[in-house]
Design a protein around this ligand. Structure first.
Ligand SMILES: C[S@@+](CC[C@H](N)C(=O)[O-])C[C@H]1O[C@@H](n2cnc3c(N)ncnc32)[C@H](O)[C@@H]1O
Length: 290
């Protein structure tokens, strides 16, 4: 197994005991009509999945996977992390849902799934950043689709992924004309991390994960960003036809701590100050020509 997969698998396995407390699992298990917030956000765009074969790449605890099954899909969830899949199986059993879970890294998915083909490949919300090559990801997704099948991605926007929270030092020059630009001493989001895909990943060590308070045992992870143009180009190069590309000002987790507030309309986070500055997530859909 590649080193990046080994590191990220240990990281994701160790997030599981923390995430089972913070992922809203009880609501999903006890209410058979409940959907995860992530799937609910895109419900109109996803439509009725009745009778469709669906594969959810990087399914983690299977909360979105279960939600896709509740929209009518015959769903397979796939993930690198055995601890995630063990919980996902438990959650599906408690909810009385029939979902198949397969352990595999994304690029090996076609082989792991025995060359089965699907009507819908679904992925997102913290998925693409764990993959070194967006071109290879798009080829993998295309290989999993039947002719006429659909790719559906909603993920963190690459602009969001390139930001770090910093304190402004000197007076910004343009503030003389645009008075709302953040002034000295205040925090803002700055373009500090790569936007375009790089050969070398960013290595992070963080004991804290986005859902839950307890520290994680394997805090190191490696990540890549992929620019929006690179994502679209990869999808087109893989032979898919782009059908929608939307950018949203909100994101399901508090991605820029201290700078975000809960948005009443969506139940997601957005910038507190001038949210029109930031594309926080995107939804991309594409079809494989019949
Ligand atoms: C943030 S979750 C995304 C799923 C979903 N949005 C959620 O929050 O439940 C990221 C998942 O990607 C998985 N993952 C990371 N790298 C992977 C890879 N190369 N192949 C398959 N799964 C991977 C992790 O194990 C983790 O379960």
């Amino acid at each position: 197994m590649d080193e990046y997969l080994r590191i990220n698998r240990a990281n994701w396995d160790s997030r599981v005991p923390v995430h089972v407390q913070g992922y809203g699992i009880e609501r999903l298990v006890t209410d058979p009509t409940a959907l995860s917030d992530v799937v609910a956000f895109d419900r109109g765009r996803l439509g009725d999945l009745t009778g469709l074969d669906v594969v959810h790449l990087q399914c983690h605890l299977g909360t979105d996977t279960l939600s896709l099954a509740r929209l009518g899909g015959r769903v397979v969830g796939l993930d690198l992390s055995p601890a995630s899949l063990a919980q996902a199986r438990l959650i599906a059993a408690r909810a009385g849902a029939t979902i198949e879970y397969v352990e595999s890294e994304v690029y090996a998915a076609p082989a792991a799934l025995g060359d089965r083909r699907f009507d819908l490949v679904y992925t997102g919300i913290g998925a693409l950043c764990w993959l070194p090559s967006i071109q290879r990801w798009a080829r993998t997704a295309a290989a999993l689709l039947r002719p006429g099948g659909r790719l559906f991605v909603r993920d963190g926007h690459p602009v969001l992924n390139s930001l770090a929270v910093v304190e402004v030092g000197a007076e910004p020059v343009d503030r003389t004309q645009q008075s709302w630009i953040t002034g000295p001493g205040a925090s803002t989001a700055a373009l500090e991390l790569p936007y375009f895909e790089q050969a070398e990943p960013l290595t992070w060590t963080d004991e804290h994960t986005y859902a839950g308070d307890a520290p994680v045992a394997s805090p190191t992870s490696v990540e890549w960003n992929h620019g929006l143009g690179e994502i679209v180009t990869a999808v087109l190069d893989a032979g898919l036809r782009l059908t929608a590309l939307l950018e949203h000002a909100t994101v399901p987790w508090e991605a820029l701590p201290g700078l975000m507030v809960l948005d009443e309309a969506t139940g997601e986070y957005r910038l507190r100050d001038r949210p029109e500055r930031l594309p926080a997530t995107f939804t991309l859909t594409a079809v494989k020509p019949a």
